[in-house]
Design a protein around this ligand. Structure first.
Ligand SMILES: [Cu+2]
Length: 156
């Protein structure tokens, strides 16, 4: 008798556990509407002319209701990666760039960009550079950045 009822009990227990997990997941997502929801698109790096310096561009879209900030970038390509914005004709290093709520942060030629100094190798067109973006709030995002021809400008 016991042998027969055990599987049933187990199934009930399992169902309860699944329901509980689903409930927890839902709770964890509560207010998820307001958390930053980041997605990176159109990453590229123009093939650097020398091994001393490279730049990279991409767009970070935030579909969440809370603003975030790009605070740092890490990569095997360089130990010295900084975030720059362009003011007039001059570029300026900044500690972070804002990713507005329900908006986007664009890095592109003549504007915001990443600057890689003292490269560990010279990336060639067709190769990919892995970078990791760190944010004030959202979890880090790893991005595979394709290397394009020098002077490449994406179509928008
Ligand atoms: Cu710069």
């Amino acid at each position: 008798m016991n042998r027969r009822t055990t599987p049933v009990n187990r199934r009930i227990a399992l169902t309860a556990a699944v329901t509980l997990t689903a409930g927890l997941a839902l709770t964890a997502c509560g207010g998820g509407d307001s958390a930053p929801q980041l997605k990176v698109s159109d990453p590229y790096m123009p093939q650097p002319v020398t091994q001393s310096m490279a730049g990279a561009y991409f767009v970070i879209k935030n579909s969440g209701g809370t603003a975030d900030k790009l605070t740092s970038v890490t990569s095997d390509l360089s130990k010295d990666i900084t975030i720059h914005k362009t003011v007039g004709n001059k570029m300026e290093q900044v500690n972070s760039l804002p990713v507005p709520a329900n908006g986007e942060l664009t890095l592109g030629p003549g504007g915001n960009h990443l600057m890689f100094m003292g490269l560990s190798k010279k990336p060639a067109e067709g190769q990919t550079v892995t970078i990791k973006l760190h944010f004030a709030t959202a979890a880090p995002i790893t991005v595979q950045v394709p290397v394009k021809a020098t002077g490449y400008t994406p179509k928008h």
